[in-house]
Design a protein around this ligand. Structure first.
Ligand code: PEP
Length: 247
């Protein structure tokens, strides 16, 4: 059985009192029909992760692959783990496009995260140009092959894949449920040919890109969509909770 997951990506938002308030509202009201993660700004990670993570697991939005050293401004996987993070996002499109993170760098991050026992939420997805020239499968396959498919079947157990079409992130344009499911099925097919059916059927694949309370039900009812990675709508507890209740 694949895990149903709803994960919030708070990005670079919220002041301390707002972050605490949002976390409180979510963890008080989350029910257990799915696993819930909050990927919070690094500066709030230690405090929020020190709270009871029974209902809501706390994750980092990014971390570096070296353990320690002269990497000014970076935080390591080892440090976030020591501060009780449960998971880390790797390869979010904003990390790829704004911070120029390559597939090769992301591979190192994936390995470092798994070495620490963190769950990896690996993001992949095509840009608008790539979608318009029908290259989405090629692009996604390369992202998976270059950064993820060196892992063993055992290691894949700690990986969640998030399909996030770049053209749908923060734009209000959601992929249709058919478009999204088609890509999820493609990812699962590639997982099957690399790792076999058992493994492919146990990896949760989330959809991300302008997912909100009014489209979550449709998206989550698709055969290969196991939940969502939610940006904007994760900043309002009411919306985020409603999305969780869409299963
Ligand atoms: C994201 O940043 O991962 C995301 C899906 O953002 P939004 O929901 O705002 O499109």
């Amino acid at each position: 059985m694949r895990k149903k997951i709803v994960a919030g990506n708070w990005k670079m938002n919220l002041l301390p009192n707002e972050a605490n308030q949002l976390f409180h509202e979510i963890s008080e009201n989350t029910n257990s029909n799915c696993q819930v993660y909050a990927f919070v700004p690094g500066i709030y990670l230690a405090e929020l992760a020190s709270k009871n993570q029974k209902n809501v697991f706390v994750g980092a939005q990014n971390a570096y692959y070296e353990d320690f050293g002269a990497f000014t401004g970076e935080i390591s996987m080892k440090q976030i783990k020591a501060n009780r993070a449960k998971a880390v996002l790797v390869g979010h499109s904003e990390r790829r496009s704004v911070f120029l993170e390559s597939n090769e760098l992301l591979k190192l991050k994936v390995d470092a995260a798994l070495k620490e026992g963190l769950d990896v939420f690996f993001c992949c997805g095509e840009t608008l140009d790539e979608r318009e020239s029908n290259q989405q499968e090629e692009v996604i396959l390369k992202q998976l092959q270059d950064s993820l498919f060196h892992l063993s079947e055992e290691e894949m157990k700690n990986v969640v894949i998030a399909y996030e079409p770049v053209w749908a992130i923060g734009t209000g344009k959601t992929a249709s449920k058919e478009q999204a499911n088609e890509v999820h099925q493609f990812i699962r097919k590639e997982l099957t040919s690399k790792y076999g059916e058992n493994c492919a059927n146990s990896v949760s694949i989330l959809y991300g890109g302008s997912c909100n309370p009014s489209n979550a039900k449709d998206l989550f009812s698709q055969s290969d969509i196991d939940g969502g990675l939610i940006g904007g709508a994760s900043l309002k507890s009411k919306d985020f909770l409603e999305i969780q209740n869409s299963f």
